[in-house]
Design a binder for this molecule. Structure first.
Ligand SMILES: [Zn+2]
Ligand SMILES: [Zn+2]
Length: 298
């Protein structure tokens, strides 16, 4: 993995990344002007009396350059530009055990038509990755506080921290995150689920089929509790395979997300939600098939 080793280098890389993105962003704007996004602003969201269901294309699991395993090109403006190019109406920002760049991506999304859900990918003490999404940044930050308090104390790991960059909504370097966010927390799956649920967030087990960090891969089965409303599968398995291997007794929703760690991966896996609003409450209704809300995967 080729990553920044100094702030100076990082800033130069960000500028180069921005220059490379200029052409792409213009193409994205051209594309949007020709084909209005169903998730664009000004389409009557909030006018509850006249709303009809609309289909929104989503990729709810995207990392930024804060994750030590993500590329440095994963800065807010380029993530939004890539999301628009991929035709996405909703994205989720989920760095490992941290949401310190989620607010920056939300700022960068203003006026883009792309709805950003702040969140993080929390690693449980069992080693399972759990995608935790929120409507509001404050709730995500409250969860982050609990997560930070449950990370192990790893002294003398400064080199690792230099791969964990926090930026602002203009892609400017702010600081390094000096916590071992790529390590498991001391919270178990039930505690993470309870905390996120208390904060009105949603927990979706990430890439459940992965042997090392997927819920089913690690535990070898689908636990009866907590009652997750949806599961995410990796591109390595089809819905049919996942249901027959892990979900045979469950009709829970399946998410397809890219788990993007670099720009070209954004939107490579997508889930289509038919909703009235782009909120977690509506996404939950779609998971349960309530009120006409639904998931339309290929
Ligand atoms: Zn993961
Ligand atoms: Zn991930």
């Amino acid at each position: 993995m080729w990553r920044a080793s100094s702030t100076k280098w990082a800033c130069g890389a960000l500028e180069r990344g921005m220059r490379r993105a200029e052409g792409r962003e213009q193409r994205a704007e051209d594309q949007q002007s020709l084909t209005p996004s169903p998730g664009g602003e000004g389409r009557g969201e909030g006018e509850t009396g006249r709303l009809t269901l609309q289909c929104y294309t989503a990729d709810l699991h995207i990392h930024t350059l804060l994750s030590p395993c993500a590329e440095i090109e994963m800065i807010p403006s380029l993530i939004i530009a890539a999301a628009r190019m991929a035709g996405l109406d909703m994205i989720g920002i989920a760095d490992h055990n941290s949401c310190e760049n989620a607010g920056a991506v939300m700022q960068a999304s203003e006026g883009s038509g792309v709805k950003v859900f702040p969140g993080m990918e929390v690693q449980s003490v069992e080693g399972v990755h759990l995608l935790c999404l929120f409507d509001e940044l404050d709730a995500a930050l409250e969860m982050q506080e609990a997560v930070y308090g449950s990370l192990p104390n790893v002294p003398g790991a400064a080199k690792m921290y230099e791969q964990q960059m926090v930026v602002d909504g203009s892609d400017e370097f702010v600081k390094y995150c000096e916590l071992p966010i790529s390590l498991p927390t001391s919270m178990d799956i039930d505690e993470i689920w309870e905390r996120v649920t208390d904060l009105k967030g949603m927990v979706v087990p990430s890439h459940v089929d992965r042997l090392e960090t997927g819920l089913c891969g690690v535990l070898g089965l689908m636990p009866e509790s907590p009652e997750f409303e949806a599961f995410e599968i990796s591109p390595n398995i089809s819905e049919e395979q996942a249901r027959s291997r892990y979900l045979s007794e469950s009709n829970r929703a399946i998410f397809h997300d890219s788990d993007a760690h670099w720009l070209s991966a954004i939107g490579k896996q997508q889930t289509v939600f038919c909703l009235k609003h782009r909120t977690l409450a509506e996404i939950r209704m779609a998971c349960r098939g309530e009120g006409g809300r639904r998931i339309e995967n290929a």
